[in-house]
Design a binder for this molecule. Sequence first.
Ligand code: NAD
Length: 242
Amino acid sequence: MLAEAEHVVVLTGAGISTESGIPDFRSTGGLWGKFDPMEVASMSTFLHEPERFWGFHRPRIDMLAGADPNAAHKAVAQLQRRGVVKQLITQNIDRLHARAGSEDAIEVHGSLDSGCCIRCGHEVDIDELVAMADAADDGVPRCPPCGFQMKSGVILFGESLPAEAIDRAFEAAEEADAMLVVGSSLQVAPVSRLPGTVLRRGGMLAILTEGPTPYDDEAHVRLNGKAGKQLTEALAELEALL
Ligand code: NAD
């Protein structure tokens, strides 16, 4: 499918990063087995209980920073370099695609590369945000100009998604004649509608994800293995064909 398609778009989710040691949301032992996302990663907790919010967030930043791209991230970057994949869309905030060499990924759920004040718009880079959190008695980084608690560039539950990124993602899906989904349960809207956009326009859909998705019956290719192994194998077969 990858060899024949002319405009492949890859959509990734938390499952592509589990082999880097970052838990996903919905697998057994996933992040949300231990925490209620609506509590810890919500706009409401950020606004009303910033200490609890940062108590969860701060160690998570270290955990993400300590992870390295795995074979699946590297295979996606290689597919882009070979011109097979025209656009990468990710729901992940971990920056592992960029570190694997992927350029211009559309990050539909934000990313952990910056901090901002939602009251006055002041922006800092992630290192500064972390230093501010570590220097604060209560662990909450506060905006230097206005004093309000700061958040990272990760989009929270209850927060609007970045409109430009979402628009770009749907434009990419409209142009795609094939979409490859890697490591996503496709449960989170509006990203969950991207594969449907491709299918409606007559495109092909491949899903490489261990767990079930709502598109399993419609997918032209359905793989249930580990993303690192299966993408590496697909890449090797493809390189032999190209
Ligand atoms: P999800 O947890 O809902 O689904 C992940 C899917 O990947 C599951 O079906 C799981 O079975 C599968 N999977 C796990 N390991 C796999 C592997 N090695 N190979 C193949 N499949 C594997 O994830 P989602 O659909 O991305 O959920 C959406 C939300 O999760 C997004 O908002 C995203 O921002 C957030 N999230 C991101 C990270 C990250 O940045 N790494 C981590 C946790 C959650």
